[in-house]
Ligand binder design. Structure first.
Ligand SMILES: C[S@@+](CC[C@H](N)C(=O)[O-])C[C@H]1O[C@@H](n2cnc3c(N)ncnc32)[C@H](O)[C@@H]1O
Length: 244
């Protein structure tokens, strides 16, 4: 049995479809294709952190890059519902491979949970969709970056997400210990510290878990990193480069 299958998921009562999917570690697509183990899904801790941040900050408009089986999407959409937001496709979920690689598992899970009306699924690479949203002057209060994990893609996701974020909006990076993602975070910390303030998330855990989380943060080994946008996303074109 894999590690995820041995965990318990009673904290996910707010979305039974998600709870069942995580417990079974299984998703079935439109053509009947079955996915076992759900390795691509966000971790339990990340999903619970997303849920807590939604309830704490109450963002009106949200966006995520990387839909896959829909674990984070269900968490975000169910939270909009629980915050009494009227369903208005206020959550944009970007994934170029939803109906191909993932056989529509994310879309079907949202439908089954009755949450599809909260979500606007865009099946194109994030570099295309984010630029389109920017051209349309859209903005968001929370953006979860969990798409391609390549440095160049994560950097582009950061670049556009910063411009799409409303003041005080949150930018979340999954897998922040991954070397590709770490490099982007180091760029943000060294060159954009006056625009993006890192949030201390230790309050989301209790007891020993909170201490472990703080140590992981110091060692730059934590799964999730969250920034609050406290300044401008654009710098003067001739700004000095700070090495990192
Ligand atoms: C780690 S999975 C996302 C997991 C999801 N957030 C969850 O919690 O269940 C990464 C996803 O990024 C998608 N992806 C890959 N390249 C992408 C790109 N250029 N733009 C947007 N999404 C991309 C993949 O198809 C995959 O579904």
């Amino acid at each position: 049995m894999n590690e995820k299958a041995m965990q318990t998921y009673q904290e996910f009562e707010f979305c039974h479809s998600l709870q069942h999917m995580l417990e079974a570690q299984k998703a079935v697509g439109r053509t009947g294709k079955t996915f076992e183990r759900l390795g691509a899904a966000s971790t339990k801790n990340n999903l619970l952190a997303l849920r807590s941040l939604m309830l704490e900050f109450k963002p009106q408009r949200t966006l995520e890059i990387g839909l896959a089986f829909g674990a984070s999407c269900l968490t975000l959409a169910a939270s909009h519902r629980d915050l009494n937001h009227q369903a208005d496709r206020q959550h944009v979920a970007i994934d170029p491979y939803q109906s191909t690689v993932w056989d529509d598992t994310g879309r079907l899970a949202l439908q089954k949970a009755g949450l599809l009306e909260y979500v606007d699924i865009r099946e194109n690479p994030s570099c295309v969709v984010l630029a389109e949203l920017l051209a349309k002057k859209r903005n968001f209060d929370l953006i979860y970056i969990d798409g391609s994990h390549l440095f160049e893609d994560v950097f582009v996701d950061f670049y556009y997400s910063g411009r799409l974020l409303a003041p005080n909006g949150l930018m979340l990076f999954d897998d922040s210990a991954d070397p590709h993602i770490r490099k982007v975070l180091e760029f943000i910390d060294s060159n954009f510290s006056s625009s993006y303030q890192k949030l201390d998330l230790s309050h989301l855990r209790s007891g020993l878990e909170s201490i472990k989380f703080s140590i992981a943060t110091i060692l730059k080994k934590n799964q999730l990193t969250v920034y609050k946008k406290v300044g401008r996303a654009e710098r003067p074109w001739n700004s000095k480069f700070k090495n990192f």
